[in-house]
Design a protein around this ligand. Sequence first.
Ligand code: SF4
Length: 265
Amino acid sequence: MTTSVQTSKKRVRWVKIPDAIRVMTEQYGPFEAEPRLDPVHELVFTILSQHTSDINSARAFRFLMEEFGSLEAVARGDVAVIEKAISPGGLAKVKAPRIKLVLTRILELNGALDLSFLREMPLNEAKTWLRQLPGIGPKSAGIILNFSLGMPAMAVDTHIYRVCQRLRFIGPKVTVEKAHDILEAKVPPEQVFQFHVAIINHGRRVCKAQRPLCAECVVAEGCPSRSKMMKASATKKSTARSNTKAKPAAPIMPHVPADPNLKDP
Ligand code: SF4
């Protein structure tokens, strides 16, 4: 189940995608299916989650829905009021007009904010439809289609991009945009969600951007970048090990909006 690569001295076995999904799910999972938002709510949540924490974006989403009651009302709403409602999520000045614009555009194109028709489209057509909307790139389209509609669309965030480069699931020069297509072609459709969540958990907890915890890594044996990363960490006199915690009780489930009805503690 591994790729064998002949080097001058020994055979190196690199971990393959199905094995990475399996061992990471064993380590960080199980990843239970969460109740999802409908696609247009997921779309708005995705905009709110850009460049902010899950907690703050969930709070902004809840405040937005408390203020307006429905996304139809948001589409008709005043940008300044939207901005005030979502201010806990950060970048409200950018996100408020973006949300109004995207909702208005959906209404122009579709006559309603119901995007469930996307499920009946071939995957590429559904992606193209979403990507005509302002501010919707391949990652946002992938999240909406995969998380909300259960379609096998890949969403590549910064963690997935980094981990997949280190594990050579994608090449070092592949752009993040291109990575969507490459990974979508490599991952079995029924495992796209599992792959997404497993790799994000691995990236957030172990294969971190600055100081990957290679000594803790469940795929270290098959990682082509391990030696290089461990050398880099050693020269930095990393304190990473002291930051390592026991496995948290619950897996990280990215892009899962908190229940908008939940109140802050
Ligand atoms: S061995 Fe290190 S670089 Fe490779 S996947 Fe694990 S944590 Fe990341």
